[in-house]
Design a protein around this ligand. Structure first.
Ligand code: ASP
Length: 369
C-alpha cells in the first residue's frame, strides 16, 4: 500500500489536507458499465467544482488502493495517524474521507491517538458516491471542509477535536455510531450533544466543543493492541460461548455489552468465567446494549456483583469508543490495573461524568435540531 500526494487547488485562506481512505464517497459510476469505481483524486475538483468557491487551499492524499472500510485494521489507523502527524504543522485542518461502515471506530480510535490536539480533524463520507446525481457526498464534503477551516473572531479553530460530520450534524467522533444502512442520516451521537448544525448557516454549539490545547505539545501515540473482543450478552447465552470467548489465550481486553444499566445473568458458571478472566489480567469493560443512557453498577445487585468481580464501568461510552480505547490503552504497554483505571475516566470526552450526564440529556434536546 502506498500514498499518493496531489498538491494544488484554490486560493489561500485556511489550508486543509483532505485524506481519502476509501469508501463510497470517492466512487464514480462508470457510465458504460454502471459499476462503481474509485475516483481519481486528481479530478476531484472536476467532480466537485464547488470546492473552488470555498476559498481554502486544499491538498489531498489518498490511500492506495482505496479501502472499503469493512477492511480497515489497526494498521490503517496507524497509517492515518502518521499522515496527520507528518502534516500537522503544514495545515490548519484535516478532513478524512472514510467509508461509513467503520467510520465511528476509526474516528474513535484516532481521537485517543492525539493528545493535546489544537486543530480540527473532521471525518465524513456518504451513502451515495460523489459522482451520483442524488449524492449526499458533495454536501458532506463541502461542509466538512468548511468546518475544518472555520475560525472564531480570535482566529482560533472552531472545532479543535476529532469530529464526524454527516447529513447536517457535526458530532464528537468518539460519541458516534452508524445507525442506518440506507438513510442519508446515517450517524448519531445519542449520549452527547451535537457539536454543530449545518442549515442555512453553520451553528456551532461552543459549550459542548472541546477547548483547543493551545501551547501544549501534540503527542501522537498510534499504538493499538488488537487482542480484544466484544461479548454481546443475550437471553440464553450458553456457557460454551462465554467460556470460549473469555479463555482465548492472547485475550487482553473485553467489551461486554450488557442489558439496561449494566446488568448480566447471575449464573455461577458465568460469574466464575468472568472471575477467571479478570484473574488472568483481562480487562473487562461493561457497556450497555441500549443506545442511550449509561451503565450504573450500583443500581442493581447484578451490577454490584460485576463491580466486585473487577469489571470496569464504560458508563455512557459507545461500544466503538470503549473498544478502541481499550485497544489504545493496551497498546501503550500499561498494566491491566492501569488500563482499568484509565478506562474508568474520560480521556477525550468519550464518556460523561455523573454530574454531566443529567446536563447532557437536557442539552441533547436543545442541540438536536
Ligand atoms: N462499504 C462502504 C464502506 O464502508 C460503505 C460506505 O462507504 O458508505 O467503505
Amino acid at each position: 500500500m502506498c500514498l499518493q500526494l496531489h498538491y494544488n487547488m484554490v486560493a489561500p485562506r485556511a489550508s486543509i489536507l483532505l485524506v481519502y481512505t476509501g469508501g463510497t464517497i470517492g466512487m464514480l459510476e462508470n457510465p458504460e458499465t454502471g459499476a462503481l469505481e474509485p475516483l481519481d483524486f486528481n479530478y476531484l475538483q472536476d467532480n466537485v467544482p464547488e470546492l473552488r468557491l470555498l476559498g481554502c487551499d486544499i491538498s489531498s492524499v489518498e490511500f492506495q488502493p482505496p479501502l472499503d472500510s469493512s477492511a480497515i485494521t489497526t494498521e490503517h489507523w496507524v497509517q492515518l495517524a502518521r499522515v496527520i502527524e507528518e502534516n500537522y504543522d503544514k495545515y490548519d485542518g484535516f478532513v478524512i474521507l472514510h467509508g461509513t461502515d467503520t467510520m465511528a471506530y476509526t474516528a474513535s480510535a484516532l481521537s485517543f491517538v492525539f493528545e493535546g490536539l489544537a486543530k480540527p480533524i473532521v471525518f465524513t463520507g456518504s451513502q451515495l458516491p460523489v459522482g451520483k446525481l442524488r449524492t449526499d457526498g458533495k454536501e458532506n464534503l463541502i461542509t466538512a471542509i468548511e468546518i475544518a477551516a472555520a475560525r472564531d473572531e480570535a482566529g482560533r479553530p472552531r472545532v479543535p477535536e476529532v469530529s464526524l460530520f454527516f447529513e447536517n450534524y457535526l458530532m464528537r467522533g468518539n460519541r458516534t455510531s452508524k445507525i442506518s444502512a440506507d438513510q442519508f442520516s446515517a450517524f448519531e451521537s445519542y449520549n452527547y450533544p451535537h457539536l454543530a448544525y449545518a442549515g442555512i448557516e453553520i451553528r456551532y454549539h461552543d459549550a459542548v466543543i472541546a477547548n483547543a490545547h493551545v501551547g501544549r505539545t501534540l503527542s501522537v501515540r498510534p499504538y493499538f493492541d488488537p487482542h480484544v473482543a466484544v461479548l454481546k450478552l443475550f437471553p440464553g447465552i450458553t456457557r460454551e460461548v462465554v467460556e470460549a470467548v473469555l479463555s482465548v489465550p492472547s485475550l487482553r481486553g473485553v467489551v461486554m455489552e450488557t442489558f439496561g444499566s449494566g446488568n448480566a445473568p447471575m449464573m455461577p458458571w458465568f460469574l466464575d468465567a468472568l472471575r477467571a478472566a479478570v484473574a488472568r489480567g483481562v480487562v473487562i469493560v461493561n457497556v450497555t446494549q441500549c443506545v442511550t443512557g449509561y451503565v450504573d453498577m450500583t443500581r442493581y445487585e447484578t451490577g454490584v456483583l460485576l463491580e466486585k468481580i473487577g469489571l470496569v464501568s464504560g458508563r455512557d461510552a459507545t461500544t466503538e469508543a470503549a473498544l478502541t480505547k481499550l485497544m489504545y490503552l493496551l497498546g501503550q504497554g500499561f498494566s491491566s490495573e492501569e488500563v482499568s483505571r484509565l478506562m474508568a475516566i474520560p480521556l477525550r470526552g468519550e464518556m460523561s461524568l455523573d454530574q454531566e450526564m443529567e446536563g447532557f440529556s437536557r442539552e441533547i434536546s436543545i442541540y438536536r435540531r
